[in-house]
Ligand binder design. Structure first.
Ligand code: G3I
Length: 300
């Protein structure tokens, strides 16, 4: 097939992009989005600071705009993210204890209910594990409400939108390391105890390419009985195109890897300013990295 989305669909996978509502009016941007991509993740518009700027007062305008675009163009949605230590509204940043826990539960219930039936998968919890060798949780106001905050978040999301797949999403988890193993142990525990979790997202913000055990790491999570997805892919460096090939092949080699999302469309849309880590240049031309992905999808 001749587009990313149609090529991924040959193996029942999706190919997605992170989208900013403010760019949908750019005809070049929207043209590439609707030609190539079959899944959309809002880059910022569904985060806590965007959706609940003051406590109990919800604002969905920008996120709704993205969902409406997706529905009009036959694209599915990944919701991102119900709870995260970053991009919390100021009022939540200053909360703690049961007040914060109750605010978290209410936030998840309200947002997941607003979008019930419209979301393929939710990043329910984002980036809750610490960097480095501890394998433990990241310190945050949410973590200080009690270690059970993650399972409470998943149970709350399931109750609000039983049809959405519920995912845990993180970065620097691309190989088998202390951080990914901490998450692996949590997912195994959740599956054992019946805590609802359906998928794990691997952000994959990379330079040159993934570690050699990338596919093996995806596979060990899949073996726990969850889907896996590449959720925020971007690759800087001189080996960029090769890196994209390796990542794409790894997903295709793991039956439960259901799709790949790149974190933006053109290099000029990327959060990694000056690193040019995406598949299209600033003018919207296809890069070598694009061709690498397309060819890899068509071999699968
Ligand atoms: O909306 C305001 C705008 O009104 C203001 O004029 C401007 C001035 O700085 O800031 C705008 O907000 C920025 C927002 O992006 C929208 O552009 C924030 O400052 C900026 O912090 C925010 O950055 C986002 C970042 O998450 C925040 O942590 C990036 O766009 C977004 O790509 C990035 O995405 C994260 C994922 O959610 C989670 N994984 C890592 C990934 C990359 O950091």
């Amino acid at each position: 097939a001749t587009t990313l989305g149609a090529s991924a669909a040959q193996t029942n996978r999706y190919f997605g992009a992170a989208v900013a509502a403010g760019r949908l009016g750019d005809a070049t941007y929207a043209g590439i989005l609707d030609r190539e991509f079959t899944m959309i993740t809002p880059e910022n518009e569904m985060k806590w600071d965007a959706t609940e700027p003051s406590q109990g007062s919800f604002r969905y305008t920008s996120a709704d705009q993205i969902v409406a675009h997706a529905q009009a163009h036959g694209q599915r949605m990944r919701g991102h993210a119900l709870v995260w230590h970053a991009q919390q509204p100021g009022w939540a940043q200053n909360m703690s204890g049961s007040a914060l826990r109750n605010a978290m539960v209410n936030h998840i219930t309200q947002v997941a209910t607003h979008y019930r039936g419209k979301i393929y998968a939710w990043d329910v919890v984002n980036e809750a594990f610490a960097d480095g060798g501890s394998g433990g949780r990241r310190d945050s106001n949410l973590q200080r409400t009690g270690n059970d905050w993650i399972e409470v978040a998943f149970r709350t999301a399931r109750a609000a939108d039983p049809g959405a797949k519920l995912c845990y999403n993180d970065y620097n988890t691309d190989g088998v390391n202390a951080k990914s193993t901490g998450i692996y142990n949590m997912v195994a525990d959740f599956k054992n105890r019946g805590v609802p979790i359906d998928c794990v997202g691997f952000q994959s913000h990379l330079t040159n390419g993934p570690p050699g055990d990338y596919q093996a790491n995806l596979q060990r999570f899949a073996n726990l009985g969850v889907d896996v997805q590449i959720t925020e892919l971007d690759i800087a460096g001189s080996a960029q195109a090769t890196g994209y090939t390796t990542v794409t092949r790894a997903c295709l080699a793991v039956t439960r890897c259901t799709g790949i999302t790149v974190w933006g469309i053109r290099d000029t849309d990327s959060w990694r300013t000056g690193e040019n880590p995406l598949l299209f240049d600033g003018s919207g031309n296809k890069k070598a990295a694009y061709t690498a992905v397309l060819n890899a999808l068509n071999v699968g």
